[in-house]
Design a protein around this ligand. Sequence first.
Ligand SMILES: [Zn+2]
Length: 328
Amino acid sequence: MIVMKKKYSKALLLLLVALAISACTSKLTKSTEPAEIIEITSDYLKNIVTVLSADDLKGRKSGTEGIEKAAIFIENELNSYTKKNDINIYREPFVVKELETYNIISFIPGSDAILKNEVIIIGAHYDHIGENKTDSTDTIANGANDNAAGVSAALAIAKYFSKTRNNKRSIMVALFSAEEFGLVGSKHFARNLSAQNIQVYCMINFEMIGIPMQTKEYQAYLTGFGSSNMAEVINQHADMELLGFLPQAQEYNLFKRSDNYPVFNALQVPAQTISTFDFTNYEYYHHVEDEAEKLDYQHMADLVNNLIPAIEKISQSKIQEIKLTVEN
Ligand SMILES: [Zn+2]
């Protein structure tokens, strides 16, 4: 009996020592590699939209001093997200109506030796229409919903992946100029991508996400809904009805009316736009009253925080889950 008891307590002691050691090691691992939790707050998004749609930027028309202020703010934001010098933040210049302007790009390399050759593009245009002289009291079209809101979502995604580096595929965040001149910036961008033989996996673009949709069936719609299975894949990863089909988006052919289209056209890859402008929820499109205080930042934060884990999984999947729909 005594022998057995002794044996038993010795085993118990060993177990306790083992437990103590494992507790220490896990504590050590935790303290040396802190996992930073990046949550996108409504205040963060509101700050970006407020700065970009302020009156002193005079509506961010391509080629003006106002859009230059916007560009410097965007670059400072992108730079503040990272100390790693392998994230490349640069301007992609081009000329529109004899004025020089540029897209702003942040390239976040993927962590997987093979998958990093495949690029996921996150897009949004940062220009707007400038001043609208037809209104006598206020002449500045601030472009808060169109498209400071989309820029804030793209910057949030840049922040998340610049800080976590959880993406196995590379992520290229592209903020376009001269969208309002007829998708000029994204056409230039798409030409450069094909000239450089960059292997684009897919593109997720953001337009006018500042106001919730009237329908409660899903949080946002995807343009070109039937052109690929992108909505299905994102909803599966997000484990909710995040993206849906809006009949008016098809009726007005919104698929061809934003910066996703030149990328689709040049590269024939899934390239679509996420939006919550449903033609009934916002009457200030290209209007001097498209201002920062009109937007719903909690709605925007919910949408972005639901999308980020899905984009993370898409960037990590061993296979290319998103595919163009084969035309019959
Ligand atoms: Zn727009």
